[in-house]
Design a protein around this ligand. Structure first.
Ligand SMILES: [Zn+2]
Length: 324
């Protein structure tokens, strides 16, 4: 079955239902069984073979589904929800994640539906940012909010919108895709085709790249050079590492301010792996928001950390499945 565009909302009937959820990103592919109250019952995770051919990525997804289907509760699963790194096309059930080059126009909904374990259950697709917004709105930090921008800061940067009390994916499923909003007119070319995108400055990949270019030396963790290693150095006071997080926070602030100005928003929720750096990222983000969100009607924009942590995408994917 294919998914159809719809303004998602909280599941109407939270009792007794069970959903399968997939959260597909450039670094990891997670799967879970989630009940109708948003509780994770069984979680599986694999690394994304993101630089391999598209079929290798699909094989990993079949393996994740196979692990979930081995759980006796799989029989109770009503629908499968997918949150996938963007861009996605929910009208056609295809995905073209910037950070998974082997997937361009990849028919993810049809391929998941064809998995023998899925066996005719509805398959509902959303972007990872939309899924995160659905999760945070259902069970997390945007639960009491009529309007919110929810961001996934990870290998890339995605986001989704809650407006007038419902998640709004837009016709193609990419509404709120703040990661590819340009905040630097003459900035670095982005794999999406534009320049100076938020993602080129604020993703985990960008933080690590910028730190290395500026001369940062990895000190700990066996010489790891990812965003978590930069965060570790920043906590020890390394000025180059701190500057890389400040730059990321500044780019996110500019993107959030632009979105808030456009849509009259007062709440941003920040999740994703890079957000685990906590105040290292959020303190500069809040400080720079004062610069970029200058108009009085924007004050104050509240910035909250995810209420669901690394499970936001999975719980959100279940929310998408439940609202089908
Ligand atoms: Zn871009």
């Amino acid at each position: 079955m294919t998914s159809t565009p719809h303004p998602t909302d909280r599941p109407a009937d939270p009792s007794a239902a069970l959903f399968a959820a997939l959260d597909i990103g450039g670094t990891k592919i997670a799967g879970a069984l989630v009940d109708g109250h948003g509780t994770l019952l069984h979680r599986v995770q694999r690394l994304t073979p993101s630089q391999e051919p598209g079929e290798a990525v699909m094989l990993t997804i079949h393996q994740v589904i196979g692990k979930l289907a081995a759980d006796p509760r799989w029989r109770e699963v009503r629908a499968v929800g997918i949150g996938c790194a963007g861009p996605v096309d929910i009208a056609h059930g295809t995905v073209s994640p910037v950070n998974i080059p082997g997937w361009r126009g990849f028919p993810l909904v049809a391929r998941v539906a064809a998995d023998p374990a899925v066996a005719g259950r509805p398959v509902v697709l959303g972007g990872d940012g939309v899924a995160m917004a659905a999760g945070e709105h259902w069970r997390g930090a945007a639960r009491d909010a009529g309007d919110a921008l929810c961001l996934v800061v990870s290998t890339g940067v995605g986001a989704g919108l809650v407006l007038d009390g419902a998640v709004r994916p837009g016709p193609s499923g990419n509404a709120g895709h703040l990661g590819h909003l340009s905040v630097d007119l003459n900035g670095e070319p982005c794999p999406c085709g534009s320049r100076g995108c938020v993602e080129m400055l604020a993703s985990g990949t960008a933080i690590a790249r910028h730190a290395l270019r500026s001369g940062w030396q990895p000190a700990a963790r066996g010489g790891a050079t990812d965003a978590a290693a930069v965060a570790e150095s920043a906590r020890q006071g390394d000025s180059l590492a701190l500057a890389a997080y400040d730059r990321a926070g500044r780019a996110l602030a500019a993107g959030i301010a632009a979105t808030a100005t456009l849509l009259d928003l007062r709440l941003a929720v920040i999740g994703g792996g890079v957000a685990q750096a906590g105040e290292l990222l959020l303190a500069p983000l809040r400080r720079h928001l004062h610069t970029y969100a200058a108009l009085p009607f924007l004050h104050p924009i509240e910035v909250r950390r995810t209420g669901l942590g690394s499970d936001a995408g999975l719980i959100g994917a279940a929310a998408l499945a439940a609202s089908h």
